[in-house]
Design a protein. Structure first.
Lengths: 208, 83
């Protein structure tokens, strides 16, 4: 597959209780905060007015928050909904929520947790928020696969009606979490760089 | 009804809602609190957990969960029938 026609037009990294937008530290909070507490603080700082956020599991909150930050000033909202897609991946699938859900089963199974026992739900939450209706897929792999995350979206951009594709890594298991979300587009703009595996890897490792 | 409002806020994780902001008579779904189908299932769980009430006929759901008042009246009626 060939990534020549795709460009990275934005990136958002979330790790160590910090958020990096396009390589620059945007916000950092006390690392002693519980993950849910930190997510609430991030929501209050960068969004608000979206009560459904509080019902999401940690995986969806992380992906949703990264998309909120990444797309705030990105012109993808001007594209038609069917032309914005998503390719995400992680290591643990929805296991973090699966375990929490399983713990409720011995009493009364929680419907609110059950609906998050699939990893691709995070993509649904992002699509609902931004109105995206393009093709999407979720992969499970041991580590962030820069080769896959450059070639697969590039192929979609080259062979389908997609003009923009969110791609990357949204992982959470207990207190360990990491998000690396990238916006890939057909047309370069701003400080865009070609969406090669090397470029994605460089952005991914920047705040490690 | 004040206790019921607090229980609903906790059960449905309505973090930006206060008991005082919930009307007794406004519809809980679509308008009013804007609850959805998953919230409806959580309300059924709430009745089981807090009041040991099971809804025998699912078709009664829209009527029972129309508003805070209709839920409270249903709970009182069930408790009276059990007593």
């Amino acid at each position: 597959m060939n990534s020549a026609e795709a460009y990275i037009t934005g990136s958002c990294i979330i790790r160590h209780h910090g958020i990096w937008l396009n390589g620059a530290l945007l916000w950092e909070a006390d690392r002693s905060m519980e993950l849910q507490e930190w997510l609430r603080a991030g929501y209050d700082r960068f969004s608000g007015q979206y009560p459904k956020f509080h019902k999401m599991d940690a995986l969806s909150k992380l992906g949703w928050l990264a998309a909120e930050v990444l797309l705030k000033h990105a012109p993808v909202q001007a594209l038609s909904p069917e032309t914005v897609g998503m390719v995400l991946s992680n290591r643990s699938g929805s296991l973090d929520t699966d375990i929490r859900y399983y713990a409720t089963v011995k009493d009364i199974a929680s419907p609110a947790l059950f609906v998050y026992t699939l990893p691709n739900i995070v993509m649904g939450e992002i699509c609902i928020r931004h109105g995206f209706k393009g093709e999407n897929i979720f992969f499970v792999s041991e580590n962030f696969d820069a080769e896959l995350m450059s070639s697969y979206p590039a192929q979609l951009l080259a062979t389908t009606p997609l003009q923009a594709c969110l791609c990357g890594w949204v992982e959470v298991m207990g207190d360990d979490y990491e998000v690396a979300l990238f916006l890939l587009e057909q047309t370069p703009r701003g400080m865009a760089q070609r969406a090669t595996a090397g470029a994605l890897n460089e952005l991914y490792k920047m705040s490690k | 009804m004040a206790d019921l409002k607090k229980q609903i806020i906790e059960q449905l994780n309505l973090q930006e809602v206060t008991p005082e902001s919930i009307s007794n008579d406004e519809p809980l779904f679509k308008e009013g609190l804007g609850l959805d189908s998953i919230d409806a299932l959580e309300l059924i769980v709430l009745l089981q957990q807090h009041y040991n009430i099971r809804i025998a006929n699912p078709e009664q759901g829209p009527e029972i969960f129309y508003s805070i008042r209709s839920m409270a009246e249903f709970i009182v009626a069930q408790q009276t029938a059990k007593a």
